[in-house]
Design a protein around this ligand. Structure first.
Ligand SMILES: NC(=O)c1ccc[n+]([C@@H]2O[C@H](COP(=O)([O-])OP(=O)(O)OC[C@H]3O[C@@H](n4cnc5c(N)ncnc54)[C@H](O)[C@@H]3O)[C@@H](O)[C@H]2O)c1
Length: 399
């Protein structure tokens, strides 16, 4: 069906899956116009879908979507919808992504794009065949400190990066009373913490340091059973009663990655790290310096750069308007952005890309496929104990 061109200057969007990310995408569409007045198209909240009765209707009432439904399929061929946020659980990414892309809708889809690389490749192929634009929810690359780190690495400020460590530690699954949701099932989540958190690290590694050649990994499940919730969930909820179900995917993963450059990277991800909430970050070591970032101190980058190899001091730099698109939010330094702001930046990249703006920001499906291939290699190596080569593909340059 032919998509209607909506009111000139508008982009009519739908959101499918109104849990945590559905809400964050919705707010990002609303705020993108205010932070980026030059936005080529103004997002218009046209429809919202969620299978839980009442959830989409509530979202429509609160956020101003023009209509709501419990069945996303009714939106696929809707001529007034031009773009869609796919913020449902992983196992639906492929089906929903293929359907909307094939119907000519542009897609902003959450990571990891399906449960494995085959799913990510299928969505990429559907988008390419239909000629639609896509952006993927790898939001941490939007942090001004990460942009600053990328610029410094490209300028050679830390010499040649030789080794690095990336960590994504969380406690969202540390409570044994945490309900058995889609996140713990192979069929509906795919990987465990590897798809949930390590996916972000792999994107950051590719973004900052380049492609991954091979992986040696280990994984473990520490909480082997969880209780099935009796009602629909969103996010992470606790349940005290209900059947105990075996957890099917890993709580913890650690791997050593070899990059095309020859650099070595360690990556640790945990969803059961008691005492560590959203403890995400990296340390990158080069021949003439080092960089360190902690997501929880988003506006700070630790930098050591200089000629001396020993006793080089490390300074804390507060990011400012010159770092990434920080200026769209704050006029001075040391005024940190928030998690939601990273999604506003992602929304801007998506809308600009849809409008055909050259060099529009953001991770695309090629990035999602490349990351997914690394995640599959991590899972395969954890299973076999052997070093696993990352599947070859003709990936575009990492921007
Ligand atoms: N980029 C990030 O930082 C980030 C953070 C969290 C989650 N995510 C990703 O976002 C996605 C969603 O995660 P979440 O935390 O928002 O999950 P969530 O469980 O909070 O929300 C998922 C929503 O999808 C709905 N849903 C399920 N089946 C549906 C169907 N058939 N049709 C319509 N709606 C359906 C659920 O009812 C729920 O409201 C996942 O793929 C996850 O990996 C990304």
């Amino acid at each position: 069906m032919q998509n209607e061109r909506s009111t000139p200057g508008e982009l009519r969007v739908a959101v499918v899956g109104f849990g945590w990310m559905g809400r964050v995408h919705t707010l990002a569409y609303r705020r993108a116009v205010e932070h980026f007045p030059g936005l080529a198209l103004r997002p218009r909240l046209t429809a919202v879908a969620d299978e839980v009765p009442g959830r989409a209707a509530e979202a429509a009432a609160l956020f101003g979507f023009e209509r709501s439904t419990t069945d996303w399929r009714t939106l696929v061929d809707a001529p007034d919808i031009e773009a869609v946020s796919i913020t449902a659980p992983n196992f639906l990414h492929r089906e929903i992504g293929e359907a909307f892309a094939s119907a000519g809708k542009h897609i902003w889809i959450e990571k990891p794009v399906g449960v494995n690389a085959a799913d990510a490749r299928a969505v990429e192929a559907a988008a390419a065949t239909a000629g639609v634009t896509a952006r993927v929810g790898f939001n941490y690359r939007n942090a001004p400190a990460v942009r600053r780190a990328k610029r410094l690495i490209e300028e050679g400020a830390i010499g040649t990066p030789t080794h690095a460590s990336f960590r994504l530690l969380g406690d969202y699954a540390a409570d044994p009373a945490g309900a058995f949701t889609w996140r713990y099932e192979l069929e509906r989540a795919g990987h465990g913490v590897v798809g949930d958190l390590a996916a972000h690290a792999v994107d950051l590694i590719r973004y900052l340091l380049g492609e991954v050649v091979d992986v040696t990994a280990s994984g473990a499940i520490f909480i082997g059973e969880r209780r099935r919730p009796s009602a629909a969930t969103t996010g992470h909820v606790r349940v005290e009663t209900g059947d105990l179900i075996p957890v099917e995917n890993e709580d913890w993963s650690a791997s050593v990655l070899t990059l095309v450059s020859g650099a070595k990277v360690t990556l640790e991800a945990s969803r059961v790290a008691v005492g560590h909430q959203n403890d995400y970050g990296f340390r990158i070591h080069g021949t003439r310096g080092a960089l360190e970032w902690d997501f929880r101190r988003m506006g700070e980058l630790l930098q050591a750069a200089g000629e001396q190899a020993q006793d080089l001091p490390m300074a804390t730099v507060f990011t400012g308007p010159g770092d990434g698109v920080s200026a769209a939010f704050q006029p001075g330094s040391a005024l940190s952005l928030s998690y939601d702001d990273l999604k506003v930046i992602e929304a801007e990249g998506f809308v600009q890309a849809v409008a055909g703006v050259e060099n529009a920001d953001g991770a695309d499906l090629s990035d999602a496929v490349s990351a997914a291939e690394v995640l599959d290699a991590i899972a395969a190596s954890s299973e076999s104990g052997a070093r696993v080569a990352v599947a070859e593909r003709v990936a575009g340059p990492v921007r």
